[in-house]
Design a protein around this ligand. Structure first.
Ligand code: SAH
Ligand code: SF4
Length: 380
């Protein structure tokens, strides 16, 4: 079977070149052509011996997932849809800001973790993305974003940050994720700083430790609830790795992290997790973990059963945290006119989990306003 060179990080490419009887510096050359210059035509790689170029053509290629669509939002956000085969498509979002350009990258076709407020989770799960499919999003986005710029040279690159916050849970696709992260950091590839590459996880505790050892980058943890009772319902993986374990894992991660804080993400769901009482409980929970808090106004999708907290509620919640000295930001909703906002990424997933057929709780309502007491209603 043909080899896809996008599947290899520097070490993998060096090993592969050696297997072909080539010197390790060939791997470095290839890496630069493919990732720094965005080249997939071996004939253009002029400093590589012609004989090896011919061999490369026979053995494989640089094969990113084909682009299905490329949509531009009024606010400059761009959403790409890539075809990853057998009826599955994944989404990647570019978010331009004054001082940076962030690419939001997917790690799986769908997600098996079923967080109840997430469109990807509602869709079910098909499969892990390969390393080539993960890094291919960055490769493709760089090329597409550079089209129309003056020279098309690497100095025009606009992607300065990558967040693994697209479809899927990156830490349940660990083995394919790590080479992709290494390529993002590699000076011969994308050369991003560790502080500008963020893995967002719903809290896969053992994999957080593995990430710290294998490739420490900035960490974001999707908290969304300060009590186990509520988090068990919103983020079901909490039943396996409850909050005490998760907080301990965050502390351990910080010993290796390139930043001296963890970012906690907290989706603001009207009447569910946004009361003053929950804000105080959140303070209790994170008091020993150096952190920043990022409040995400809930982004609606059809039949979600949830509503976004009001601006006023988000402001009050945020103030309680800030008064206690925690840096708290509220995420601006970007790209919602093209369904590119957090949690709206749906792509196209051939669900293997039959999630759509099961009886799924779609509405969580607060009862008498007491924190931690919620009612789950199942709608089919
Ligand atoms: N699986 C990983 C990363 C992908 S989700 C994780 O859960 O962290 C990226 C972020 O978007 C997470 O914080 C997630 O909880 C949040 N999110 C999911 N659905 C959302 C929605 N409908 N509105 C706002 N944020 C959402
Ligand atoms: Fe998966 Fe993250 Fe969505 Fe949860 S929030 S279902 S972990 S993608």
């Amino acid at each position: 079977m043909a080899v896809n060179l996008l599947d290899f990080d520097a070490q993998g490419l060096t090993n592969w070149c050696e297997q072909q009887g080539e010197k390790p510096f060939r791997a470095r050359q290839l890496l630069r052509w493919i990732h720094q210059r965005g080249e997939n035509d071996f004939d253009a790689m002029t400093d590589i011996a012609k004989s090896f170029r011919e061999k490369l053509k026979l053995l494989g290629g640089v094969s990113p997932a084909p682009t299905i669509s490329d949509k531009l939002s009024d606010d400059g956000t761009r959403k790409f849809l890539f075809d990853v085969g057998t009826g599955n498509a994944i989404e990647t979002v570019f978010i331009p800001e004054a001082d940076r350009g962030t690419l939001c990258v997917s790690s799986q076709a769908g997600c098996a973790l079923e967080c109840v407020f997430c469109s990807t989770g509602r869709q079910g799960f098909n499969r892990n993305l390969t390393t080539a499919e993960i890094i291919g999003q960055l490769w493709q986005a760089n090329r597409l974003l550079m089209q129309g710029t003056q020279t098309g040279q690497s100095s025009d690159r606009v992607i300065s940050n990558v967040v693994m916050m697209g479809m899927g849970e990156p830490l349940t696709n660990f083995d394919n994720l790590i080479p992709a992260l290494k390529l993002m950091l590699d000076d011969n590839a994308y050369g991003l700083s560790r502080r500008r590459v963020t893995v967002s996880t719903s809290g896969i505790v053992p994999a957080m430790d593995k990430l710290a050892a294998a490739c420490p980058v900035a960490l974001a943890v999707s908290l969304h609830a300060p009590t186990d009772t509520l988090r068990d319902r919103l983020v079901p993986i909490n039943r396996k790795y409850p909050l005490a374990q998760l907080m301990a894992a965050c502390q351990r991660y910080l010993e290796h992290a390139p930043r001296d804080f963890v970012t906690f993400e907290y989706v603001m769901l009207d009447g569910v997790n946004d009361s003053d009482e929950y804000a105080h409980r959140l303070l209790d929970l994170v008091q020993d973990v150096p952190c920043k808090l990022n409040l995400i106004p809930f982004n609606p999708f059809p039949n979600s059963g949830f509503k976004r907290s009001s601006r006023e509620r988000i402001r009050c919640f945020s103030e309680i945290l800030q008064h206690a000295g925690i840096v708290t930001t509220t995420r601006k909703t970007r790209g919602d006119d093209i369904d590119a906002a957090c949690g709206q990424l749906a792509g196209q997933v051939r669900d293997k989990t039959k999630r759509q057929l099961r009886n799924i709780p779609v509405a969580i309502e607060r009862t008498a306003g007491k924190a931690g007491e919620i009612r789950v209603e199942a709608h089919s």
